[in-house]
Design a protein around this ligand. Structure first.
Ligand SMILES: [Fe+2]
Length: 250
């Protein structure tokens, strides 16, 4: 499918050359949609400070797939820990840079990648879940899934296997590859290892034990299909529309 068809299908025919930000959303017909919720403010030192985005639903809303206790601990403790560590890491980098102290640049760079990855992925994770959301993809997302994976069932089968098969702690990700202009499924180790540059996450599956152990013990193969059952595929489709608008100019 050529980009012209994409743009016509998603209503982006006049979107070429658009700027990033609100222009993308407006041109894509996504005025009420944000790829990420706004969760940053400028600190006293004039630099951005990340904040923990609130859950877009009650913590008990995802039961029985995910218990209120699990969701609360996952969001309020684990996600928050990445936000706090990210801010602390950026403060440390700013202080070291100002002091021309480069001795810890390697460790600080590792911490930046790890905690930023953790914050981004958890933000996408919580915002994509809605037990009352769309149960199947539509529009361009459905067309691309059929082209790139054969069918929705085949995508879910491959995505589930990728998630279950992550070695140790990590994620399975359905992503838009702007270079190949295709959907791909990738795995990450931790939050940041194995990622492909430029790939835009559309759907992320957290398979760190903290995401499921309280409800599923060590039964990751039971957790993943149930999680996919509360994914809002309309949100995934909106992310695709926005990322295509951001990454395709011809
Ligand atoms: Fe997590």
């Amino acid at each position: 499918m050529e980009r012209r068809q994409f743009l016509q299908t998603v209503g982006l025919a006049g979107a070429a050359g658009m700027v990033l930000g609100g222009g993308v959303a407006k041109a894509a017909g996504l005025a009420e949609f944000s790829y990420m919720p706004k969760a940053v403010q400028i600190g006293a030192d004039g630099r951005p400070k990340f904040m923990l985005p609130p859950l877009p639903y009650e913590a008990k809303a995802l039961e029985p797939v995910l218990s209120e206790k699990l969701v609360t601990i996952h969001h309020d403790r684990h996600h928050k820990a990445y936000v706090d560590a990210l801010n602390k890491t950026l403060d440390s980098i700013a202080a070291a840079n100002k002091a021309k102290d480069t001795a810890n640049v390697r460790a600080l760079s590792d911490a930046l990648a790890f905690n930023y990855g953790g914050h981004v992925l958890h933000t996408l994770y919580f915002c994509q879940l809605n037990p009352d959301g769309a149960k199947a993809p539509a529009g361009d997302l459905a067309d691309l899934i059929k082209r790139d994976f054969g069918s929705f069932d085949l995508l879910k089968n491959w995505l589930t296997a990728a998630a279950v098969g992550v070695q140790g702690s990590g994620w399975a990700v359905l992503a838009w590859d702007p270079l190949g202009r295709q959907l791909v499924v990738v795995q990450t180790e931790q939050h940041d290892k194995l990622l492909g540059w430029g790939m835009m996450p559309l759907l992320v599956i957290d398979v760190w034990e903290h995401a499921y152990y309280l409800d599923y013990e060590n039964k990751r193969p039971e957790y993943v299909p149930k999680l996919l059952g509360i994914v809002d595929w309309a949100t995934v489709g909106q992310r695709l529309s926005m990322t295509m608008a951001m990454t395709m100019t011809q």
